[in-house]
Design a protein around this ligand. Sequence first.
Ligand code: ADP
Ligand code: MG
Ligand code: ZN
Length: 633
Amino acid sequence: MNATASIELPELNTMLSEQYLSGIVIVNREYAEVTLNKDGLKQEKYRRKLAEKRNPLSIEQGPHFRYRFPSNDVFVTQFYEQQKKLPEKDQIKVETENRSDMVAVFIQWGLFILMFVGLFLLMRRMTGAGGPGGQIFNIGKSRAALFDADNKVRITFNDVAGLDEAKEEIKEIVDFLKNPTKFTRLGGKIPKGALLVGPPGTGKTLLAKAVAGEAGVPFFTLSGSDFVEMFVGVGAARVRDLFKQAKEKAPCIVFIDEIDAIGRSRGRGQVPGANDERENTLNSLLVEMDGFATDSGVIILAATNRPDVLDSALMRPGRFDRQISIDKPDIMGREAIFKVHLAPLLLNEDVEARKLAAQTPGFAGAEIANVCNEAALIAARRDKDKVDMQDFQDAVDRVIGGLEKKNKIISPEEKRIVAYHEAGHAVAGWYLEHADPLVKVSIVPRGVAALGYAQYLPKEQFLYTTEQFIDEMCMTFGGRAAEEIVFSRISTGALSDLERITKMAYGMVSIYGMNPRLGNISYYDSKQSEYSFNKPYSEETARMIDEEVRKLIEHAYERTKVILSEKREQLEIIAQELLTKEILFQNDLERLIGKRPFAQETTYQAYINDSNAKAAKASNEAKSEIIIDLEKK
Ligand code: ADP
Ligand code: MG
Ligand code: ZN
């Protein structure tokens, strides 16, 4: 074939209009090969161009030029448009041709063959070397880690503090495996599974690990998310494989952590069909759990902190027969957990687990472990030989509120507002009979948002009365009321307070039926899905609810202002003390403004003052809370 020179569209157009062309061939819908006619070949400019590419003797032979067009269709339409304007005899012959480029074809085939060989080698490696994980042909294998005699966990029940009831239950399950006849002799059946339920960080995983350490039977452990893979059907295959392995190793225990990853109730809050894969996995889990007999010697443990989202089929007896609930520890539990985590530290004599437990209401085991570790780090940073109580105090503050902002610039004026605001809460609460007692109040700025915080200790109770709600609202108003009384001006600092108050007021009126005008009616729907826009009451009722809420809140605010005006002196004392000391505890308040005028001693105080342990044990302060106050804008 003859070499061609490339040209651009304007040149081609000239050739067309001057009638220098004899024909055009469109090749592979990619370019056009242009052949000149006799007139065209006489043109000096074209001859010169061609002479660069080929020897002068073959210049006459077409095709001569090549035009690579950006788009076949555009070119063809434009070309025919032009052609149409010309008289018939001048029109040029256009052909289309498909040519295959031998070199390109050869390269394509070569690549194809190479790929095939590569794939073949890869497959041989994958099936041959058979190690665990990550390999395509093992994808349906379960990812469970197995602990048995050769591969031991060293955590024991002694590492798990508190949780006595949970430990009992779990120990019993281990007994079932070791000595089944003891239990089945009277006709009972051994449970198939137990579900550990509780808030994050309360030691569910830890407890399961301890079982692995103590059971003396093989222990498979994996997490709910280990079943999930991007390929369809893998989860179900893994479930089947897990149970197959478990049956081979029976008697044994299988532990599925964070089971909510697969156990979420089917078809809930999602587009239909959107998550078939997870459903399949769950179904196969249900089938497998039904499939093995109770005497097969496999017991399934699972843990979750979202029992509410679990599918009810999972929870029915015959699968997870037992639910072991693990709550946040009470003061005794916290003391025990502190003891476990204090043990490896080098401590100063003034560190007492009991005091620390008293200062950390609402902490879960994980937070306590964190406090102990932080304290050790803080002490090390201060070049101390031993960790002392001050380090622990700072660690608690840090875990609650985030890092202390040493260099955070707060104007003295703002600092005063914060101090009076917090003092307002403290004083109001002190003189309100049903408000929760204060544990600690701090105006050290921390973290990103908090300028101060107050920590309260809710009473050991589960039922709230109207009076308690109202006192609680008043105490929460203490901050803003103090600001208004002292500075005659309010700030944005009360945002989170107002939010809490509004929630409480709406709760009283529309949920708990505590409003005389609306009566004993509750618009709360426990079955309601999370996204529901229609309200179950009329416009008129809505207006009534709003009015009553407003009234309630106004009353509470007025009442708070009255209390604080009466106790203006005490407010002043506490605020001044806060400004100098920054952190005050309950006993500081007692020292400064006297005991609370309400005689009743809580079981909690009983426990701190002396170890009336029985009383404290009966109590449950799972609801203790920390209120980070004073949002910074
Ligand atoms: P989860 O309940 O979320 O699974 P973990 O078992 O992972 O919580 O607990 C996290 C950490 O908290 C543990 O590694 C342990 O250090 C500490 N912890 C929690 N509960 C206890 C407890 N009862 N006794 C001792 N340490 C605990
Ligand atoms: Mg866990
Ligand atoms: Zn406040």
